[in-house]
Design a protein around this ligand. Sequence first.
Ligand SMILES: Nc1nc2c(c(=O)[nH]1)N[C@H]1C(S)=C(S)[C@@H](COP(=O)(O)O)O[C@H]1N2
Ligand SMILES: [Mo]
Length: 536
Amino acid sequence: MLAGIAAVAFAAGVGELAAAIVAPGSSPFVVVGSALIDLAPAWAKETAIALFGTADKIALLVGIGLVLLLIAGLAGVLEVRRPPLGRVVIAVIGLAGVAAAMTRANAGTLSLVPSGLAAIAGITALLLLVRRLPVELAPEPSAPARVEEPALPAVPASAPAQAAPAPAANAPAPTSPAAAGQLDRRRFLGWAGAATAIGVLAALGGSAMQAGARAATAVRDALKLPAPRSRAVVPAGADFGIDGVAPVITPNADFYRIDTALAVPAIDPADWSLRIHGLVEREVTITWDELLALPLDESITTLTCVSNEVGGSLIGNAVWLGYPIRELLARAAPTAGADMVLSTSIDGFTASTPIEALTDDRNSILAVGMNGEPLPAEHGFPVRMVVPGLYGYVSATKWVVDLEVTRFSDTTAYWTDRGWGELGPVKISSRIDVPRRGQPVTAGTVTVAGVAWHQHVGIAAVDVQVDDGEWQPAELANPISADTWVQWRFDWAADAGEHRLRVRATGTDGEVQTSKRAAVVPDGATGLDERSITVG
Ligand SMILES: Nc1nc2c(c(=O)[nH]1)N[C@H]1C(S)=C(S)[C@@H](COP(=O)(O)O)O[C@H]1N2
Ligand SMILES: [Mo]
């Protein structure tokens, strides 16, 4: 039993530490607890709240811990009596953790790591510990399963070991079986204690690493943003509602995430401030409370990553709540000659934005809200920049804390230092969402649909080409604005056989999306999205 408990304690620690490092939010305890909360019937939740009040979550975690302790002891006993059943039990617990992690709303591939790694650690520790069991308790590898044997007798430390095999080959000197047993027992207790201690330390370390994030999450969850001065409106007919086509507003949980932050910065808004300095007549610093006291407007802007391949998914559209950067810059009064604003995030990421994109009449904002909530931690809580028309790497600084008004000739930023283009305007593009790749298609009328964008310019038309035929106009949904993507659809009279579909957007400025392929480096991919389709 002790071997099982020590192995599982070790495993749990490994899992918590792994979660803190690679997948905050996928702590095995937390994901299992969250899954249980989701699965629990209403009466169970109400009973828990009635019994434990606001301590219901602690009670749940303690409960999970106790159940785990029982299973751990059982796994130890099973591993000795019916190997490899003990390891199987640990593997099953690990799989349950992985399953729980993968069903969480913000699950990614990394979410399976903590529980997976914990299971591997637990199985390994159990094997090693069972091998080090005092001889009289150790399983006899060659003996058949001791099904008929009575329960293992409790052997007093001084009693001669029963049926003890020869002392281990590396035993220092011939000793009596009793002395060897005692030595073995002490060694085993040492190993089990070490495994448990490492597990506890790892869990404490992991939990300390996550404490900051948890505190910031608690603050965020309790936060109520002020009502917007003006609300953004999604016009009727902006979303065709076609299954498989990206919804016109991207839910936060589905919004792509790109950044250099290995651990998501945890900022308490009470400690947040933004400093505007450099080539300005007066330095300006604004705190969280000051920012929230300003009139905040909702606006809808599509964000795109320069690393988005043609047809890729690094694009999303959200309702942002924020304050115009142009107004704050006006307070600071940039001096003549300034042509760039270098924004810096709390973790040192920088972006260089052409100053006119922040001072012209476009809606460049310091955003505090995303789709009706405070910014999610991964999307820049408490404050980020959103600039229509520019790729994220030159404009959309998350966790922003500093704006330096400067010149392109004087300073460079994170990605421009690494060879990416200086200006970063979003290139016109379009994407086929349906038919999905590999989706079976039968002859007849087939809906082909997707999205197209040319931020801050607008989309005038989308055309579809079947095989090498004429370009045919698609129907456009009602656009929200020139700063957002627009859905398109095309009813294709498909006949059986192999076909190729391509899509092409035209901007309101007359620019036609080029078919010439360019890689994402240095300033965004070009080319046309296409699908090969077998119509059955
Ligand atoms: N602090 C910080 N902000 C950042 C980045 C980053 O690495 N660190 N990446 C930028 C890039 S390249 C993009 S495309 C957008 C992505 O924003 P999202 O993760 O909210 O979709 O954030 C931008 N802001
Ligand atoms: Mo990006």
